[in-house]
Design a protein around this ligand. Structure first.
Ligand SMILES: Cc1cc2nc3c(=O)[nH]c(=O)nc-3n(C[C@H](O)[C@H](O)[C@H](O)COP(=O)(O)OP(=O)(O)OC[C@H]3O[C@@H](n4cnc5c(N)ncnc54)[C@H](O)[C@@H]3O)c2cc1C
Length: 360
């Protein structure tokens, strides 16, 4: 079977960014995605009838003023942002006997993507030739085949060969689920040490007919010692067609796994306590537990306290296997590792490395 030009493993933001840059440079790309959908840690729930983005179950925020790579890609993909809603008082829950209204300052430059970060995934995927991305195809092995190609073994038993491979999979997931015989042990060790940002977290989004808290002078912001949501924010879509609140679940992965209905009840009760009776009546409650995804979280991520990845060692960005294997998850990035900005930068960098190797 003839070798592929470039195989990208992982259709998250980094993998799709690399695919887009390479395709636009005339390269032939195949993206193999292990799960059933593209986007990885980015998941935006949309309303089937209206197409409206309702809930970001992965990332929500970008900071285009401070993130030049994000700003450039938003411009290129013609995607707009809007400010995070922060007008009015926040709610402190668990600092006194009851809940208290309190001004909780917002962050400068914090913005949301119109259509949610899923709009980035959709826009990148739309730039690729049909059939570029194959989902439900987990990769189990990557190794040097001969001096000119890399072997990519799928969990199904099928083996493909490619001139270049970009491994755009969270580093710990790759180190623990993909056999990488012959890879530099120093790189393997760096991969195992690098936490996957937010992989142990769960996020909840409650939807309402409208953002009723705004009329009461509330920002939707909640800081809570009681939980289950440790912090919550207004998550109303840009067109304000519905109201929404999102929060990070403070329960541990094992507590969440032990009692999902109990978690739902406790979240709804908290929203009632903090936002008033209407808070107890969401029209929908979406909960995404990332710790349960084998494509995102490893045992090491779940056992450790969450830690934002620092910029990792240069070896994470150094081509391997004679320049034919590149790593590209967000956590490999030299800027904003772990964030959307990092994923875009890492995908771009890996693609440029392939182009440089091919011309050299
Ligand atoms: C709850 C949450 C909140 C966040 N909030 C923010 C935020 O507000 N702002 C921000 O900037 N960032 C945020 N992030 C981080 C942001 O989502 C990530 O930086 C970004 O999505 C990472 O993209 P990636 O392509 O590097 O990795 P991923 O999105 O993890 O993509 C990797 C892909 O590889 C696939 N894969 C894994 N193993 C295999 C295999 N063996 N074979 C084939 N495919 C495989 C996975 O299924 C996945 O699709 C958040 C993340 C989470 C989970």
């Amino acid at each position: 079977m003839p070798a592929h030009d470039v195989i990208i493993i992982g259709a998250g933001l980094a993998g799709l960014t690399a695919a887009c840059v390479l395709t636009e440079s005339g390269r032939t790309v195949t993206v193999l995605e292990g799960s059933r959908y593209a986007g990885g840690r980015i998941r935006t729930v949309t309303d089937i009838a209206t197409g409206r983005a309702l809930a970001d179950l992965g990332p929500t925020w970008v900071w285009p003023t401070y993130q030049p790579v994000v700003a450039a890609w938003l411009h290129r993909l013609r995607i707009a942002t809007f400010p995070q809603y922060d007008d009015g008082d926040g709610i402190l829950d668990g600092w006194g006997a009851g809940v208290e209204r309190h001004l909780i300052p917002g962050q400068a430059g914090i913005a949301r993507v119109v259509g949610g970060p899923g709009a980035l995934i959709a826009a990148l995927a739309a730039r690729l030739p049909e059939g570029t991305v194959s989902t439900g195809r987990p990769v189990a092995r990557v190794e040097e085949h001969d001096g000119a190609t890399i072997g990519v073994g799928l969990a199904s038993g099928e083996t493909l060969r490619a001139r270049f491979v970009i491994l755009a999979v969270p580093l710990r997931v790759a180190a623990s689920t993909v056999a990488l015989p012959g890879l530099d042990p120093a790189l393997m060790s760096a991969m195992r040490r690098t936490p996957t940002w937010m992989s142990s977290q769960a996020k909840a989004v409650a939807l309402y007919d409208r953002p009723f808290w705004r009329a009461a002078g509330l920002s939707g912001r909640i800081a809570s010692r009681n939980g289950p949501l440790g912090e919550a924010h207004d998550h109303t879509p840009h067109d304000e067609g519905v109201g929404a609140i999102f929060g990070f679940v403070g329960w541990s992965p094992s507590q969440r796994r032990a009692d999902p209905p109990g978690l739902q009840r406790a979240i709804v009760a908290q929203l009632g306590r903090c936002l008033g009776q209407q808070g107890e009546r969401p029209t929908a409650l979406h909960i995404q537990d990332w710790a349960t995804s084998p494509f995102v979280a490893t045992a090491a991520d779940i056992d450790e306290l969450p830690e934002h990845p620092a910029v990792g060692p240069t070896i994470l960005r150094t081509p391997q296997f004679d320049g034919r294997l590149l790593l590209a998850a967000s956590e490999t990035s030299h800027v904003s590792p772990g964030l959307i900005e990092g994923a875009l930068a890492a995908g771009e960098r890996a693609a440029q490395q392939v182009l440089a190797m091919s011309s050299g």
